[in-house]
Design a protein around this ligand. Structure first.
Ligand code: IMP
Length: 196
């Protein structure tokens, strides 16, 4: 019988990416396949705590092995901000644009040399009483203004030096090969295959 894995997300892109990488041996479900899964409040102090909390709550409802992720952008000149608050940097219901604007404002007087940043993704796996996490990251710099049309979130201002482009200036395929999430996913799949 095929194994099942629940992804604690509604995000179609994340679902597609993990399905592509895991192949057809596993049945991938998402929270959209279940009723009454509560919205998880991300009130942890670290990405790990948030990812584990999400995975645990979904596991408790589905009783199936569950995977959840949490991502943050950590900017050196801002002592790691916005970090775990990346989705609500400019306020509880902030849009991507508002968050980016706040970030650029806070970095207004910061030189190019001091604009180092990294995206970090933590993926958590939860089943029964067993849980583990893996972490993926990508390093870059925050540009002075938005560049490019693709992607989402902070992609228009996240400059990847090796390719001389922001994440928004590259194709989704390219981003998905080098991103924080791709690196975390690679580690997750290695670990998952070891134990399954
Ligand atoms: P989440 O944990 O995946 O929901 O990510 C939290 C926040 O980080 C999002 O609301 C985005 O603002 C930002 N973020 C996460 N992943 C990316 C990415 O790949 N590119 C740009 N921003 C991202």
């Amino acid at each position: 019988m095929k194994k099942k894995l629940v992804l604690a997300t509604h995000n179609r892109d994340k679902i597609k990416e993990i399905k592509n990488k895991l192949g057809n041996d596993i049945i991938i479900l998402t929270i959209d396949d279940f009723d009454n899964i509560p919205e998880v409040i991300e009130d942890g102090e670290t990405l790990e705590q948030n990812a584990i909390k999400k995975a645990k709550i979904v596991y408790e409802h589905t009783k199936l092995p569950t995977v959840a992720d949490d991502t943050g952008l950590f900017v050196d000149a801002l002592n790691g901000k916005p970090g775990i608050y990346s989705s609500r940097f400019a306020g509880e219901c902030a849009t991507y644009d508002e968050n980016v604007k706040k970030l650029l404002d806070e970095l207004k007087n910061v030189s190019w040399e001091q604009r180092d940043a990294k995206f970090i993704t933590v993926i958590a796996y939860y089943v029964n009483k067993s849980k583990w996490t893996v972490k993926g990251k990508v390093e870059g710099k925050i540009t002075q203004k938005k560049r490019g049309k693709n992607g989402f979130g902070y992609d228009p201002v996240f400059y990847y030096e090796e390719l001389g482009k922001t994440f928004s200036e590259m194709s989704l395929d390219k981003k998905n090969k080098i991103s924080h999430r791709a690196n975390a996913l690679k580690k997750f799949i290695e670990q998952y295959k070891k134990i399954n």
